[in-house]
Write a protein that binds this ligand. Structure first.
Ligand code: MD6
Ligand code: FE
Length: 220
């Protein structure tokens, strides 16, 4: 993975450092997926043609404001019975679409850049946000193997990532995530509470009024 020459110029006062530490085990790789953005978004279109975005219902009966789909061997789903990873899309009754090769490669490269060698995700959850969509504070703990990191790719409209602590009550920091930013997190940060503040309206050249987030996981 290479960065734009512009970004690499040491004399550019706006140049962001490539890897920004967030907490122990967690890092933001600014612009890491920018170059791959169009290919990744094209692949999102192919996945969602097979398994369309839908609003899942939480175990408490609330419809989530973020729309989700999945690709890979297993997908994250929620319904009245709970949260789980499932090899079958409950809407179609068929396996989820396979993980596109550019997804697999980017996840692997980003994990390696963050110090997690040989990351092999078996699931990719795809989240779609429209203006006003939010994701309340939660932990990602439905994966069996918590030693593997999570790789999270932001595409389209920017968002405010809420980065809390290991207890739900810990007040979250606000981190702006723009198109192409990748967050890799694991180790001591793996169970940190996090969320997304209500998305601000905007118009992105590649996604229009949407933000797309890919989170890659090794679920078992
Ligand atoms: C999002 N991300 O950025 C939601 N979870 O749209 C997550 O919930 C998330 O970014 C675990 C690890 C990284 C994440
Ligand atoms: Fe999460």
């Amino acid at each position: 993975m290479t960065f734009d020459l512009f970004d690499a110029l040491p004399t550019d006062p706006d140049a962001a450092p490539a890897a920004e530490p967030l907490a122990p085990g967690a890092v933001v790789l600014r612009g890491f997926a920018r170059e791959a953005g169009p290919a990744l978004l094209g692949a999102v279109g192919e996945v969602s043609a097979g398994s369309p975005f839908r609003h899942l219902v939480t175990p408490g009966g609330l419809r989530m404001s973020v729309a989700m789909t999945n690709c890979g061997e297993r997908g994250w789903v929620s319904d009245r019975t709970g949260y789980r990873y499932d090899g079958v899309d409950p809407d179609s009754g068929r396996p989820w679409p396979p993980m596109p090769e550019p997804f697999r490669q980017l996840a692997r490269d980003a994990a390696a850049a963050a110090g997690y060698a040989d990351f092999r995700p078996d699931a990719c959850l795809i989240n779609r946000y429209l203006p006003g969509t939010r994701l309340s504070l939660h932990q990602d703990r439905d994966e069996l193997d918590l030693r593997a990191p999570i790789v999270s790719v932001s595409l389209g409209l920017p968002a405010t990532f809420l980065w809390g602590g290991l207890r739900r009550a810990d007040g979250p920091a606000r981190v702006r995530l723009a198109h192409g930013d990748v967050v890799v997190w694991g180790g001591p940060s793996r169970l940190v509470f996090h969320g997304i503040a209500p998305l601000a309206a905007g118009d992105h050249p590649l996604t229009g009024a949407e933000r797309i987030n890919l989170t890659f996981r090794k679920t078992r």
